[in-house]
Design a protein around this ligand. Sequence first.
Ligand code: UDX
Ligand code: ADP
Length: 461
Amino acid sequence: MKICCIGAGYVGGPTMAKIAQKCPDIHVNVVDINAEKIAQWQSDELPVYEPGLLECVKEARGRNLTFSTDIDEGIRRADIIFMSVNTPTKTYGVGAGKAADLKYVERCARMIAEVSTSDKIVVEKSTLPVRTAQSIKRILDATSEKGGVKFQVLSNPEFLAEGTAMQDLENPDRVLIGGETSPEGNKAVEVLASIYAHWVPREKIITTNIWSSELSKLTANAFLAQRISSINAMSALCEVTGADVDEVAHAIGRDSRLGSKFLKSSVGFGGSCFQKDILNLVYLCEHFGLPEVAHYWEQVVTMNAYQRDRFVKRILENLFNTVSDKKIAIWGFAFKKDTNDTRESAAIYVCKGLLEEQACLNIYDPKVTKEQIYRELGLPEDSDRIKICQNPYEAAEDAHAVAILTEWDEFKCDQMDYQKVLESMQNPQFLFDGRNIVDREKLKQMGFEVHSVGKSDFYAV
Ligand code: UDX
Ligand code: ADP
């Protein structure tokens, strides 16, 4: 059997590496229009940073895992095609700012239809609005009618989280496959299920109709993001009442109905999925005449923006209402630890907010490149408003404040020499912990003025 995956990004790359590792009998070919990315996948400097990914790629590369820019050939030879192209939020026309931009998906479907000379199973891997599979099927069928080629479209959303992608793929909570309810549809579902069954127990492979599968992905992300916005909403209340958000999270998390995961208050969620998928859901609800439901989910995104804004405001208030020309060390730029992905990272918004107040930023992240930081902040590379630093100590030198925006382990008290940081900073030494990862008492005793999300001294000015 031969698989072709179109799109070698954060989802396509790791997912296909895992399938190739687990199924040596299946040839997996990953194709992308971006030649630079493909070259990186063929090297030891992968374009995606994920713990354990390089080892997995190395095991299968050259055996049954290949990377190529020849998309037509990849499609032609495959029995199963995964569509793993990007689906950003639309920036133009109808649904701008909310609906998913399906131009890459449509382009991909047309390409498959044009070059296919044999029957194919086409799998939607990108997160897509409900009923996209139907549109893909229409494009495929309309174009292929001439050649008599038959397509089956499946929805197989990916639930991996970045930073833990390899573990999530190795041991998923579930694999979801949605297919057409017909004998041909069932057969296609079974083909895909049998691939995952190489390493995933059968009882974890859930099959549904296509629309349920598509909607489940949006729903899962909406619920997860909602939990973060809920605890972040409580963090604001904790700050003014003297409660401690971590204590509240711990206490409620012990209720087995609520569970303890995804209750970490922070400077705000980021990543390529949460905001995009919720806005997508909001658009769908509006489209289907459900404004109350749309409004309900939109609040999750509104609360997230509020949390980021609040963080900037607190820095400003504590630094005597001005950060103009003050140096602020930014520790962490990725949207979470153990990834080099910066899409929708809270750090972007916080940095932009501080730059608007004319602060000078010393930015350090262990995995994000200099070029990416400039690009995300929309600054030319000769801008003197920011400096990209090689380590956290360099960033903190002469700074009026340190702001922790990503929870990299190296920023924890047992891994950093905070005494060195303290001595190199301007007095008073402010530390704003947007991830609640430092030992506050220890740092306070050292002489830092520590402000953490959802703790009362964060509020007190
Ligand atoms: C998410 C979903 O978890 C995953 O199932 C889906 O396939 C893609 O979207 P991802 O965005 O990679 O995964 O990372 P996730 O761990 O969900 O974190 C998203 C954001 O929420 C990060 O910015 C993270 O720092 C933040 N977060 C997460 C919190 O602020 N608090 C938490 O308790 C958990
Ligand atoms: P995700 O996080 O969903 O994986 P990425 O943006 O990381 O999203 O990856 C999507 C990939 O899809 C990119 O590398 C992009 O170049 C690729 N891509 C987009 N459109 C096409 C296309 N028509 N043919 C091949 N690759 C494509």
